[in-house]
Design a protein around this ligand. Structure first.
Ligand SMILES: Nc1ncnc2c1ncn2[C@@H]1O[C@H](COP(=O)(O)OP(=O)(O)OP(=O)(O)O)[C@@H](O)[C@H]1O
Ligand code: SF4
Ligand SMILES: [Mg+2]
Length: 351
């Protein structure tokens, strides 16, 4: 849930990010800039988890990287606690690096293979807490135990661990600075299903213990629903719907959110058949976030079975949903939505 304004750990306001277009076929040709993120506003309160969900290329990681200040946005504002992230000039303060940590999808690539675990987890303790020697080893051992590993693992190398254990090491390293905000970019996508739930349980327990805010980036709505109290759905550079997790999943307002829900596999063949039929009815194209996102107009227009002329002309205003969130869809801006008509006409797909 979103708390009072002074309880907000992350505030993103009207964020837009572009990447320079590459060279074209001819030597003097330059491709247009890539509109990776357009006019995104989000917030997360202390102790809350916001799920950022959407298909590949929709802009999720780009938002996470801007929050970490790995890239600079074209426009908009990002605030993390008292840090004006978009206002940083030159190098980023060390105190900001302490406050915001990240766990990536690939625990193999994100852990230095030539360092023992004690040094991997101990490095942030040295940089941010000034610990060295036995004190640092001792604290690193505590952190390993906190994530379900053991002290004697301090002397081992990353390749000696399973994928799930490596992700636990990445989480221990992130926790070493006692962060206020954790950016989790597909943290369980590379793991098998049973390991996924162990790592998710770990993240949930740690959040209860630390009250850190989580930005949980994923393409899998089923996982996001389980982990997050709020969800923001992205499509091709834009947020198209936000709201409480259960509300969004029980009563999706945006046609793309409904498509995402209909795409969740179900072990019951009858439910699965119904979902497959619903999925076919919910989209008219096959292309996802390909090509450059439109600057004006709804990015889902080429796939939406409800598309109208206005959809190609302007991006819709956000409108309150019955689920307690907001949706950007012209079906909902023309009036009847607040009475529930568009939600009802689109139907709903349980997750
Ligand atoms: N460094 C870059 N230079 C140019 N274009 C980029 C760069 N990084 C990302 N993009 C483009 O920005 C868009 C958004 O990419 P992003 O990685 O944020 O998507 P994503 O939602 O995280 O996808 P995935 O689920 O595959 O991780 C894509 O079109 C991508 O090709
Ligand atoms: S704005 Fe138009 S094209 Fe976009 S999802 Fe709504 S009805 Fe479909
Ligand atoms: Mg990504």
């Amino acid at each position: 849930m979103t708390g009072p304004a002074d309880d907000l750990v992350l505030e993103i306001d009207d964020l837009s990010i572009t990447f320079p277009g590459g060279r074209g076929f001819l030597p003097w040709q330059r491709l247009p800039d890539v509109r990776a993120v357009q006019h995104v506003s989000l917030s997360i309160a202390r102790g809350d988890t916001l799920g950022l969900v959407g298909e590949s290329g929709s802009g999720k990681t780009t938002i996470g990287r801007a929050v970490l200040r790995f890239i600079r946005p074209r426009s908009g504002r990002i605030r993390v606690g008292d840090f004006d992230v978009t206002g940083f000039e030159g190098s980023v303060p060390r105190s900001f690096r302490r406050a915001v940590q990240v766990v990536f999808q690939d625990p193999v690539g994100s852990l230095n293979p030539s360092m023992v675990v004690g040094d991997i987890v101990g490095e942030p303790l040295r940089i941010h807490a000034g610990l060295s020697g036995a004190a640092r080893q001792d604290r690193a051992g505590d952190l390993l135990e906190q994530v379900g590993l053991q002290r004697h693992h301090l002397n081992r190398y990353p390749h000696e661990f399973s994928g799930g254990q490596r992700q636990r090491i990445a989480v221990a390293r992130a926790l070493a600075t006692d962060p206020d905000l954790l950016v989790l970019d597909e943290p369980v996508s590379a793991l098998d299903v049973s390991t996924q739930s162990q790592v998710i349980n770990l993240l949930e327990r740690l959040q209860r213990e630390t009250s850190a805010a989580y930005l949980f980036i994923a393409h899998d709505l089923a996982v996001v629903r389980h982990v997050c109290n709020r969800i923001a759905v992205m499509y091709h550079s834009r947020i198209v719907e936000t709201g409480p997790s259960d509300g969004i999943c029980d009563a999706p307002a945006h046609p793309y959110t409904e498509l995402l829900l209909a795409s969740i596999p179900d072990p019951d063949p009858e439910v699965q058949t119904g979902r497959s039929a619903r999925r076919r009815a919910l989209t008219i194209g096959t292309a996802g976030s390909v090509g450059n996102a439109p600057e004006d107009g709804c990015p889902f227009a080429d796939r939406c079975p409800h598309v109208m002329d206005v959809c190609r002309e302007s991006f819709p205003e956000f409108t309150p949903t019955l689920a307690g969130g907001e949706v950007a869809c012209h079906l909902h801006t023309s009036g009847p939505m607040l009475g529930g008509a568009p939600v009802g006409t689109l139907g709903s797909v349980g997750a």
